[in-house]
Design a protein around this ligand. Structure first.
Ligand code: NAD
Length: 460
């Protein structure tokens, strides 16, 4: 028998197209069955997933469970709602269209490609897969080569539970990704950087393939004075330093009201100690940087501004301590690109108008955080800024609420997913209008003589 891995991607796509044509994936019970199998596969491999994430990122078991394994919640949500999502929706038809009736039918797109990133390498490929399955598609997954242990594990697990004519994993780096992108898919779902997002969209345009781009950017975190300072700092430290800051929606930098900045820094110091001890290098709860290239990029940022907490690095261990930086300038490299690591610059403002203007002068972020109990301020920030999503008085948690579509806007992405949004992303909504043979009035047929005034009276 030819091994799965030696079959070329082109063959897999052809076989998936043939399988899709059988119509099997359109059956809602088939989809529910496959979602249950996917959940089972994850549960049965919980330990292996924990081990591979430890190997790729030194990810603590708690973080793997919370942010990777619990993708099973997305599966549960899809199973619970799929019967409603797949039902054709009646659409209203104006009275003068009598006896027409209208419905909207969701239908699968066909064969889709999912390209993943390395920071949550399991969850970021499985979560879109849940949407692809729920919507009735076949799928090819290309995990990130930068998290090789997780990529290998996905390539091992998926064929054990799914026929490659239905769901397949193709491993590889940029070259593999580019070869896949040259093929015709019915949808491409990409998670990664804004730079590569542009490459993906260019390749997709050649085949007129629709894309979802889940990208990154610099997500600001505004801290006002009307807060519970201890709670605020805990939530910021957790969201920034989980996975050693390598989260697309981690607070990238703080914009802090000048009046509370010193207090905030004191509590930051205390909280970091509580979370990770005197030397975070020895903490079992602190991840590592993915590779030397990203480590080097991050160490370079440490030259900007003034380090007030942390700053220690160890290249051999790919360790960068949780670091707080003061006095950065907007022209410093650290403020020019997404940090995507455990370094948090603090910028003070004396007037919120100034902070809002700064945010609006930059590309639209994926997430925006505001810590404030002041309703007027909340309203202002919501009205005067734009971002993929907003979380008030917390960080990161918005990602875990399945009823909230997750995605960017502008440079931070195109399209969204999670819950119903995942189903929508991988569906085509087909409009169907039906007439009956009850009557057939002549008002629209040629010859038109004498009918224009009737048309104007009826529809004008
Ligand atoms: P990346 O763009 O370097 O790589 C992502 C994927 O694209 C990988 O599978 C890789 O093999 C492939 N790829 C890389 N270069 C390519 C090329 N030239 N042509 C075709 N394919 C190519 O991103 P990354 O470093 O894996 O992830 C970090 C970025 O992803 C950050 O910007 C982060 O904010 C973003 N991100 C976004 C989300 C989200 O949900 N919006 C989630 C995680 C990460």
């Amino acid at each position: 028998m030819v091994s799965e891995l030696t079959i070329s991607a082109v063959d897999i796509i052809r076989k998936q197209r043939e399988f899709f044509q059988t119509g099997k994936t359109k059956d809602v019970y088939f989809r529910i069955g496959q979602l249950k199998i996917l959940k089972q596969a994850i549960i049965e491999h919980e330990q292996a997933i924990t081990q591979t994430l430890k190997a790729d990122l030194n990810k603590p078991e708690f973080e793997t469970y919370a942010a990777e394994i619990l993708v099973t919640k997305e599966i549960d949500y899809a199973i619970k709602h799929i019967q409603t999502w797949t039902k054709p929706q009646k659409a209203p038809v104006p009275l003068n269209f009598f006896p027409y009736s209208a419905k909207i039918y969701p239908e699968p797109l066909g064969v889709v490609l999912i390209i993943g990133a390395w920071n949550y390498p399991f969850q970021l490929t499985i979560s879109p897969l849940v949407g692809a399955i729920a919507a009735g598609n076949c799928a090819i997954i290309k995990p990130s080569e930068l998290a090789p242990h997780t990529s290998n594990l996905l390539a091992e697990i998926i064929p054990k539970y799914f026929d490659s004519r239905y769901i397949a994993v193709v491993e590889g780096g940029v070259e593999t990704s580019q070869k896949l992108l040259a093929e015709k898919f019915d949808h491409i779902f990409f998670t990664g950087s804004t730079t590569v997002g542009k490459i993906v969209m260019t390749a997709a345009a050649k085949n007129l393939t629709p894309v979802t781009l889940e990208l990154g950017g610099k997500s600001p975190c505004i801290v006002d004075t009307e807060i519970n300072l201890e709670h605020t700092v805990k939530r910021i430290v957790w969201g920034k330093f989980i996975n050693a800051g390598q989260s697309c929606i981690a607070p990238d930098y703080l914009l802090v009201d000048k009046k509370i900045k010193n207090n905030l820094v004191d509590i930051l110091r205390k909280t970091l100690k509580e979370f990770y001890g005197d030397n975070p290098a020895n903490s079992p709860d602190y991840a590592r940087i993915i590779n030397h290239k990203h480590f080097g990029r991050l160490v370079h940022f440490l030259k900007d501004g003034e380090i007030i907490i942390g700053g220690k690095t160890n290249s051999e261990e790919l360790y960068i301590a949780p670091t707080i930086i003061n006095n950065v300038s907007w022209t410093d490299p650290i403020m020019q690109e997404e940090i995507f690591g455990p370094i948090l610059p603090i910028i003070e403002y004396s007037d919120i108008t100034e902070a809002i203007a700064l945010i609006n002068s930059r590309p639209k972020p994926l997430a925006l955080y505001l810590f404030s109990q002041n309703k007027n301020l909340q309203k202002r920030v919501l009205q005067e800024t734009t971002s993929g999503g907003v979380c008030l008085n917390d960080t990161m948690i918005q990602f875990s609420v399945s009823s909230l579509p997750f995605g960017g806007v502008g440079d931070s992405g195109i399209g969204s997913y999670h819950g119903k949004a995942s189903f929508d992303t991988f569906s085509h909504y087909k409009s169907v209008l039906q007439n009956s043979f009850l009557l057939d009035l002549n008002w629209r047929y040629a010859p038109y003589k004498g009918k224009l005034s009737l048309l104007k009276r009826l529809l004008g």
